[in-house]
Design a protein around this ligand. Structure first.
Ligand SMILES: [Zn+2]
Length: 285
């Protein structure tokens, strides 16, 4: 996984993520097209569905829906730097372009979404214990079926990264597609989780950050594409590493292969990392 030299790097537009609590970024406007019809990156059918960049269930859990959502008057920092007022948790501003088909989004990957929802519910109801131990035990999250369900959680993150890459206009690596529906699999993807210490310092009521970060990739390329991305649910910082990293104290490397996740420590300041070849990691924030 770790490679000796890195081509650092092209990164999508930098954002001030603390502006509104909800933010995103995106680097490209071309997406995976064939005969001018966007194709689902998973199954190659016409892409007629738009996946949420920030999960709808998370938005509702944190900000409510209907009148309760509107009372919050949420503003959202888009990839182009524009601040928009969110009309609801289904706003098109918080969805990817059409990079996936309805069947894949609503049916084939539903078990992955459910595994993620159960995971976040566990994080919410066991917050203090998790923060004290700085680890997550999948058996506590999922019970006896934890091996299968932590695999589905990993697939959820692979799906999110795949959508980000496709939304950026690039071809999603084959191993990310394959791992969604086959076992065993080989992949270059690691997922890491950390406590965002900056967020944790906020008053509890203000710990409401939902965030999807920049897609970081190596350009110009002399070798294979590498990607990194991140998202946050309140104080939980989740990073994705494809073909490089992880860099920094972002938590143990997880590849759907263990019962325990050991949480790292993440701060905006700790995002400044000099790599072994002397180049600076552009950072997630
Ligand atoms: Zn599909």
């Amino acid at each position: 996984m770790m490679m000796k030299s890195y081509q650092i790097s092209y990164k999508t537009k930098k954002q001030d993520i603390r502006f509104t609590g909800l933010t995103e970024s995106k680097g490209g406007s071309i997406f995976y097209m064939f005969n001018n019809v966007p194709k689902c990156w998973i199954c190659n059918s016409p892409a007629d569905s738009r996946e949420h960049k920030i999960k709808k269930a998370d938005i509702i859990r944190v900000y409510g829906k209907g009148s309760s959502f509107h009372k919050k008057d949420l503003h959202y920092c888009r990839h182009d730097g524009q601040i928009v007022s969110l009309r609801g948790p289904d706003s098109k501003d918080i969805k990817f372009d059409r990079v996936i088909c309805r069947k894949c989004n609503n049916e084939r990957t539903q078990p992955f979404d459910r595994a993620y929802d159960a995971f976040i519910e566990h994080i919410e109801s066991n917050r203090d214990l998790i923060l004290r131990h700085r680890q997550i035990d999948f058996q506590n999250v999922y019970g006896n079926n934890w091996e299968n369900l932590q695999l589905n959680l990993f697939r959820y993150f692979a799906k999110m990264l795949g959508c980000r890459i496709a939304d950026f206009g690039e071809k999603v690596p084959m191993d990310l597609k394959n791992l969604l529906f086959s076992v065993p699999f080989k992949t270059m993807l690691w997922v890491c989780m950390a406590v965002n210490e900056d967020e944790l310092k906020m008053p509890l009521a203000d710990q409401t950050m939902l965030w999807t970060g920049n897609l970081i990739t190596n350009k110009p390329r002399i070798t294979y594409p590498k990607y990194a991305a991140s998202c946050s649910y309140k104080w939980l910082f989740i990073s994705f590493w494809y073909g490089w990293g992880p860099f920094g104290s972002v938590g143990s490397q997880w590849c759907a292969d263990s019962q325990y996740l050991y949480l790292g420590t993440y701060t905006k300041a700790s995002d400044k990392i000099i790599l072994s070849n002397g180049s600076e990691w552009p950072g997630f924030l």
